[in-house]
Write a protein that binds this ligand. Structure first.
Ligand SMILES: NC(=O)c1ccc[n+]([C@@H]2O[C@H](COP(=O)([O-])OP(=O)(O)OC[C@H]3O[C@@H](n4cnc5c(N)ncnc54)[C@H](OP(=O)(O)O)[C@@H]3O)[C@@H](O)[C@H]2O)c1
Length: 377
């Protein structure tokens, strides 16, 4: 299954809106064929492995696959049918189908055809591989994830704003991988003004790739002139979407359009985009996941409104010990640990001396907003 996971990862970022899946065929303890789902619309991993074998599997052959084989007719036909027709004797499955209406159905179909089925092998790793896809299928909405890079005492910048770089190069390379996986990245106006980030995925040996780039700017203060932000003038500017409110000046919106930049305008009682309306628009546009890279204000606002689903927290072995340094999150009044936001399905990874903790956010019944430190604008 570890090998099948490695095969699945070869298509990292290339399969949207489909999941990454890897499969192999084993005869008498030997791997004789490998396959993976390379891109949306292409053959599923099971069919790719059968095609790679190029002959009928020997009687009693085993197929190992990271995700439960599909049992419904999509564009490529049900994989359960292909497995049965090929005469596979045993199927070993990692994760079950994330759609609760389908979960286990593929396994039942295989069993009914007399195939021995074992499921749940490295299930956690196999499910983790498709965390965006799984969330989209299970909830019908996008996965909103935040990435923060902090010191050991949870700061994202010094009191002067100095923030480059807190984490090491290995951590930053990992961020590039996630940028490739998420269909969209988002930042606030503050981060654009302060850092002018490129917001593309740059991985050695691969072509630079640009997901959708959301800029949250409720009053279009980043739109003074084009040179203010690379995301408005670079070769990927058609992938930039400015997210703003109906309080923004028509002239600025026209200006963005004339540069080839997209604009989503939301009705709002103030200069903040209502986050639930933004989520709804992502569903309409079939954007399955957004990777929020800050800054502190945007991610705190999302957290405060229970709109963050997932957190990537990179921590560097640095201590600022300065109460005026910028914290990653603020705005809540958490008086008891029982009121804290927690992570579930936690995973730990090490990048040199840095550590990544990531997981799904679990909110307490009630969040208490601290009106003295946070304003919604
Ligand atoms: N270490 C890290 O992981 C990391 C990552 C990114 C950034 N940073 C650092 O964080 C700092 C920037 O953070 P920041 O908190 O100052 O700024 P920010 O969160 O990037 O941007 C805040 C601004 O975004 C706009 N905004 C926020 N929510 C909005 C909404 N719902 N609708 C529309 N617009 C919205 C508002 O603009 P208006 O006020 O104009 O309405 C707000 O002032 C920089 O120092 C940067 O280097 C660190």
């Amino acid at each position: 299954m570890s090998r099948a996971l490695d095969l699945a990862r070869r298509a990292w970022g290339d399969t949207h809106p489909n999941p990454m899946v890897g499969a192999l065929i084993v005869e008498k303890g030997e791997v004789v064929a490998e396959g993976w789902h390379a891109r949306d619309g292409g053959p599923h991993a099971e069919r790719a492995a059968l095609a790679a074998l190029g002959r009928a599997p020997k009687p009693g052959a085993t197929m190992v696959v990271t995700l439960e084989p599909c049992s419904t007719h999509g564009r490529t036909g049900a994989c359960t049918e292909a497995i049965i027709a090929a005469g596979i004797g045993r199927v070993v499955v990692g994760a079950t189908d994330p759609n609760p209406d389908h979960a286990g159905r593929g396994l039942d179909v295989l069993r009914a055809a007399g195939i021995e089925v074992r499921s749940g092998v490295l299930a956690r790793e196999c499910a983790d591989l498709n965390l965006i896809f799984n969330h989209w299928i299970a909830t019908g909405g996008p996965l909103f994830a935040a990435k923060v890079a902090t010191t050991l005492d949870g700061k994202i910048a010094c009191r002067t704003g100095d923030s480059r770089w807190i984490t090491n190069e290995l951590s930053r390379t990992d961020v590039m991988r996630w940028r490739r996986l998420f269909p969209a990245i988002a930042v606030g106006a503050g981060t654009v003004v302060h850092d002018n980030p490129r917001l593309t995925s740059r991985i050695e040996g691969r072509e630079e790739m640009c997901p959708w780039r959301f800029i949250f700017d409720g009053r279009l203060r980043t739109v003074v002139d084009r040179s203010m932000a690379g995301v408005y003038s670079d070769e990927f500017r058609e992938r930039t979407i400015v997210v703003t409110t109906d309080h923004s000046g028509e002239g600025y919106i026209k200006k963005l359009h004339s540069w080839g930049v997209n604009v989503w305008v939301f009705q709002s009682p103030n200069q903040r985009v209502p986050i639930d309306a933004f989520r709804k628009r992502c569903v309409e546009e079939r954007i399955a996941g957004v990777y929020f890279e800050g800054g502190a204000e945007v991610v705190s606002e999302f957290l405060q409104q229970r709109q963050l689903d997932y957190l990537f927290h990179y921590r560097a072995p640095i201590v600022l010990a300065d109460v005026k340094a910028k914290p990653a999150f603020s705005g809540l009044r958490t008086e008891k640990l029982a009121q804290a936001v927690r992570l579930a399905e936690v995973r730990h990874e090490q990048f040199g001396d840095d550590a990544l903790v990531r997981g799904r956010l679990v909110y307490p019944e009630k969040l208490f907003v601290d009106e003295t430190t946070f304003s919604l604008g």
